[in-house]
Design a protein around this ligand. Structure first.
Ligand SMILES: *[C@@H]1O[C@H](CO)[C@@H](O)[C@H](O)[C@H]1NC(C)=O
Ligand SMILES: *[C@@H]1O[C@H](CO)[C@@H](O)[C@H](O)[C@H]1NC(C)=O
Length: 783
C-alpha cells in the first residue's frame, strides 16, 4: 500500500509491468499445441502474432506471476493475471499445456494448479485475449471471460460479474475494491467483503432497472459504455478514434476505475483519459477502521480519530486503535472523565443504535457523553441549528473529509468521545467547561417552571445525601478537610499501617517514604514522613486543601495526611512500578521508544494540569525522574507537587533554600530571579532529554563532551547526528527530531524563550510545527 498515493500523483500510474529476462526466448505463435511449456527463466512467454501481447511469466520483486501483458511497449503492462488468489511463484515453476488438455502450473513436490481445462490447443490473440480451443476449434476458455482488474477493447464485463483492484503496485493479488456489473443493470463499486447494498457502494452508474443483461464494454476508440443487448444505455466516456493508440480500463489499486490510452511507440506513455471520480477519498475502505481520508495538495492520506493511533503506520488500510496511554490508564482510573472532540465535515458509515431528531449539536454532545455505550455520534445538521444525532458504537469506518459542495444540506459532524487527559486542544477544553454551565442553565429554567415540584425533589435529594455522608463518617471514623476528599490520619494509625515504618520505599530531600497498608480497606499506600522544619499548621492545612483538590490521571493522588505534635506525614496512593529513574537508568527495564514517548506525554499532561488546569496554579519546582512514579500499567504520575511552598518557608528563591535538584533546576533559581511556571518547563526539558537518551543529565563517567546531557544533545543536534543520542537504537527519525527540538526549546536559559506546557503538548502531539531551536544559552545575557 505504501506507494499507493505517491503513485497516483503521476499522470500514468500503471501498476504492474512485466520484466522479461533478457535471455528469454520469445516466439510468435498463431497456435500453441498440447505439450508446450514455459518457465520463468528460459522460454518465458508466448507472443501474439503481431508481438503486441504475450502470455507467460512476468517478474515480480519476490517471484514470478503468470498472465497476459502488453509486450510491444517498454512498460510491459499487465492486463490479466492467473491464479489471482495466490499469484506469486518461485523460479522453478513450469507452465504447461498438458496432453490431457489442461493448462497447469507445476512445481516440484506440490500438486499442480489448473488454470483452465478441456482444450486441444491455445492461442495468444492480437486483441490481448488468451484462448483455449477444443478439438473442433470451439473456444472453451478465454482470459476475456475472466477479467482480473483490467478490461481491454473488445472485452466486456457481463451481468453478474465483477473485477477487483490489485493488492498493491508490486503485488498483483486481489485487492480491496471491486466493480460489479449487477443484474439490475447498475454498475456499482464496493469495498471487498461487503454485500451488494447501497450503503456500501461508492460509485454507481444509476442505471438500475435498465435490464437484467446489461454489460460494461470498451471499444477500440476508447468508448466505455453500458449495453443492454440491443442498444447503448449509457456512455461513460466519449471515445475518439486515434491512430496507433491502445486503450485499457482498469480498477486501480486506489479503488478508482480509469480509462487510459497510449500511443504505440517507444516514447509514448500511458495517459489517463477518464476516471470514475477525481476525489481520491471516495473509495470506501481505503482508510481502515477508526480513520478517515483527507486530501491535501491532491495527495490523499488517512488520519486517525482523536485519541487513536495508526495500527501500522504506512499501511492505511490497517486503521487506527486507541492509543495505549488511554487504554493503559483507563482500568486504573475508575473516574475517567470524557469529553467530545469534533471532526467537522466528515462522513462515516452510519450504523447507529439510536437516532434522535431535532437536536442541537450541544444536545448531541451531551447525549453521547451521558451514554456509556456511545463511542461517537454523527450529527447531521440541517441549515437551522437542529439536526439528527446518531449515536454509534466504535469502530467507525469509511470515514472521509467532505468537499465543500457536499455540505449543501447542512453540517456533517462526527463527535468522538475521548478521555479528557488524552487531549489538549483549546476547543475541547472549552467544550468541557461549557457543559456544567449548561446544566445549571437547564436546571435554572426548570426551577422557574416547576418551582414547587423541583423544590420538593431537591429537598429529598439533599436530605438523602446528608444522611449518606453522615453514615460514612460515622462508620469509618473519617474526618474530612472541608470539601476536599482528604482523610486525616492519627499518627498511631500510620505507625500501624507501615508496621512501624519498616519498609522504606525511597528517600528524598523532604523525607523518607514507607510502604503501608490501611487497616480498614487493605489499600496499599505510600506514607511520606516529612523530616524538615515545616511551615505552621495553618499553612499546612492550606496546602493540603490545594493538593487535595488536584485530580489528574498523571498526578499521584494524595489520600490523606497526619499532623500531630511535630509529626508531619502524607499518605499517597502506592505506585507499584517505582520511579521513572528506576526504569529509565536501568538497562534491563529501559522502556521502548514508543513507551518513552507515551511517558513524556503523560508527564507533560500532568505538569500542564498543575500549571493551568487546577484551581490553584501549582509550580512543582522539583520535576525529576525520581519524582515521577509509574503505576502498575506503567502510566507515569508526578508526585511531590504542592510541597514547594511548605518546604521553602520564607527563604524565597535564595541559593540556600533552593528546593530543586541540581541538573534539573532552571538557571533563574541560581540568580535570585523570580521563579515562574517556566522553571518547571526547564526541568521537563531536561527530563525529556533523559527519556530520549535513557541517561542521566549529568554523568561524569562519560567523556567530557558527553558528560552534560544538555550540551551533548545540542552539539549532536547542531551537526545532525541525532542517532548518536539514542545509541543508534532504531527509532523513527522524524519523531526523534521532534522530541529533541522540544527538549532544546524547553531548556533555553532565557525563561521567556521556553514554550508554555500547553505549547509543549501541542508539539509533542505533532500538531504544531516546531521551529529550529537556538543554542540553549545563546540568550543568557538577557536574564
Ligand atoms: C454513445 O456514444 C456513441 C458513439 O459516440 C453514440 O453513437 C451514441 O448515440 C451514444 N449513446 C448515448 C446513449 O449517449
Ligand atoms: C507523456 O506524454 C505526454 C504527451 O506525449 C507528454 O506531454 C508527457 O510529458 C509525457 N509524460 C511523461 C511522464 O513522460
Amino acid at each position: 500500500m505504501e506507494n499507493l498515493f505517491s503513485m497516483a500523483a503521476f499522470p500514468s500510474f500503471l501498476i504492474i509491468s512485466a520484466v522479461i529476462a533478457a535471455s528469454a526466448q520469445q516466439q510468435r505463435y498463431s497456435r500453441i499445441y498440447l505439450g508446450s511449456s514455459l518457465t520463468p527463466t528460459t522460454n518465458s512467454s508466448w507472443l501474439s502474432p503481431s508481438g503486441l501481447y504475450a502470455f507467460g511469466f512476468y517478474k515480480l520483486t519476490n517471484g514470478y506471476a503468470v498472465g497476459v501483458f502488453i509486450a510491444g511497449i517498454p512498460e510491459k503492462t499487465v492486463v490479466w493475471t492467473a491464479n489471482w488468489d495466490s499469484p506469486v511463484f518461485p523460479s522453478n515453476v513450469v507452465l504447461q499445456l498438458r496432453y490431457d488438455g489442461k493448462l497447469s502450473l507445476q512445481q516440484k513436490d506440490r500438486s499442480d494448479i489448473i488454470i483452465a481445462s478441456a482444450s486441444a490447443s491455445a492461442s495468444m490473440l492480437d486483441t490481448g485475449n488468451f484462448v483455449l480451443y477444443d478439438s473442433s476449434q470451439r473456444i472453451t476458455w478465454q482470459s476475456f471471460d475472466n477479467p482480473t482488474d483490467t478490461l481491454l477493447p473488445g472485452q466486456h464485463l457481463s451481468a453478474g460479474k465483477e473485477i477487483f483492484s490489485s493488492a498493491s503496485a508490486t503485488n498483483p493479488a486481489r485487492g480491496i475494491f471491486r466493480l460489479k456489473m449487477q443484474t439490475d443493470g447498475n454498475l456499482v463499486q464496493y469495498p471487498v467483503n461487503t454485500e451488494d447494498k447501497p450503503n456500501y457502494s461508492y460509485y454507481s452508474s444509476f442505471t438500475d432497472g435498465k435490464g437484467s443483461n446489461v454489460s460494461l464494454n470498451l471499444d477500440n476508440n476508447g468508448l466505455l459504455y453500458l449495453f443492454n443487448g440491443s442498444s447503448i444505455i449509457l456512455n461513460l466516456t466519449t471515445g475518439q478514434y486515434r491512430t496507433k493508440t491502445i486503450y485499457l480500463m482498469r480498477i486501480d489499486v486506489d479503488g478508482i476505475f480509469r480509462l487510459y490510452n497510449r500511443l504505440l511507440d517507444h516514447r509514448g506513455n500511458w495517459t489517463k483519459e477518464w476516471s470514475s471520480t477525481e476525489d481520491k477519498c471516495i473509495p470506501k475502505g481505503l482508510c481502515g477502521l477508526n480513520s478517515f481520508c483527507n486530501v491535501t495538495d491532491r495527495v490523499s492520506g488517512c488520519e486517525c480519530l482523536p485519541g487513536f493511533d495508526h495500527v501500522n503506520p504506512g499501511d492505511w488500510s490497517s486503521g487506527c486503535e486507541r492509543n495505549f496511554a488511554m487504554e493503559g490508564c483507563k482500568a486504573k482510573d475508575q473516574n475517567v472523565s470524557y469529553e467530545i472532540r469534533s471532526l467537522d465535515n466528515t462522513e462515516w458509515e452510519d450504523t447507529n443504535y439510536a437516532d434522535v431528531k431535532d437536536m442541537t449539536r450541544e444536545d448531541c454532545i451531551k447525549a453521547c457523553l451521558e451514554d456509556r455505550n456511545c463511542g461517537a455520534a454523527l450529527f447531521l445538521g440541517t441549515l437551522s441549528q437542529y439536526g439528527s444525532c446518531k449515536k454509534q458504537k466504535l469502530p467507525l469506518r469509511y470515514g472521509r473529509i467532505l468537499q465543500s459542495d457536499e455540505l449543501r444540506n447542512g453540517p456533517r459532524i462526527a463527535l468522538v468521545k475521548v478521555s479528557t487527559s488524552t487531549t489538549v486542544s483549546e476547543n475541547s477544553v472549552k467544550e468541557i467547561k461549557n457543559e456544567p454551565k449548561r446544566q445549571i442553565l437547564i436546571i435554572g429554567i426548570s426551577l422557574v417552571a416547576l418551582a414547587a415540584v423541583i423544590l420538593a425533589i431537591s429537598w429529598v435529594y439533599v436530605h438523602r445525601n446528608h444522611a449518606r455522608t453522615y453514615t460514612i463518617s460515622n462508620n469509618k471514623n473519617v474526618e474530612l478537610i472541608e470539601d476536599v476528599g482528604l482523610r486525616a490520619f492519627t499518627y498511631a494509625e500510620l505507625v500501624q499501617a507501615t508496621n512501624e515504618f519498616k519498609e522504606e520505599l525511597g528517600r528524598g530531600a523532604s523525607g523518607a517514604v514507607y510502604r503501608g497498608i490501611l487497616s480498614n480497606n487493605k489499600i496499599v499506600v505510600a506514607v511520606k514522613r516529612l523530616e524538615k522544619e515545616l511551615a505552621g499548621e495553618k499553612e499546612f492545612q492550606t496546602e493540603m486543601k490545594v493538593i487535595g483538590k488536584t485530580y489528574h490521571r498523571n498526578l499521584v493522588r494524595l489520600l490523606g495526611y497526619c499532623f500531630e505534635a511535630s509529626k508531619w506525614l502524607l499518605v499517597y496512593e502506592y505506585m507499584s512500578n517505582g520511579s521513572l529513574a528506576d526504569i529509565l537508568f536501568n538497562p534491563e527495564s529501559r522502556p521502548c521508544w514508543e513507551e518513552r514517548i507515551r511517558i513524556s506525554l503523560d508527564i507533560a499532561r500532568g505538569i500542564l494540569y498543575l500549571h493551568e488546569e487546577c484551581e490553584t496554579r501549582i509550580i512543582h519546582c522539583d520535576i525529576k525522574p525520581q519524582n515521577i512514579l509509574m503505576d502498575e500499567h506503567r502510566c507515569a504520575k508526578i508526585s511531590d507537587f504542592g510541597l514547594a511552598k511548605l518546604l521553602m518557608l520564607d527563604q524565597t528563591y535564595t541559593n540556600t533554600g533552593i528546593r530543586g535538584t541540581r541538573g534539573y533546576v532552571a538557571p533563574e533559581w541560581n540568580m535570585n530571579l523570580p521563579v515562574t511556571v517556566k522553571a518547571d518547563v526547564y526541568s521537563f526539558g531536561v527530563v525529556l532529554l533523559e527519556i530520549i537518551c535513557c541517561r542521566k543529565s549529568v554523568d561524569r563517567r562519560l567523556s567530557e563532551n558527553e558528560a552534560i546531557l544538555q550540551e551533548w544533545v545540542y552539539n549532536c543536534y547542531a551537526v545532525g547526528e541525532l542517532n548518536k543520542l539514542v545509541g543508534y537504537e532504531e527509532v523513527e527519525t522524524q519523531t526523534l527530531d521532534r522530541m529533541i527540538k522540544i527538549g532544546l526549546w524547553c531548556i533555553q536559559d532565557e525563561p521567556s524563550m521556553r514554550p508554555s506546557m500547553k505549547i509543549v503538548l501541542l508539539m509533542l502531539d505533532g500538531t504544531f510545527d516546531i521551529p529550529v531551536p537556538p543554542c540553549p544559552n545563546s540568550f543568557q545575557s538577557s536574564i
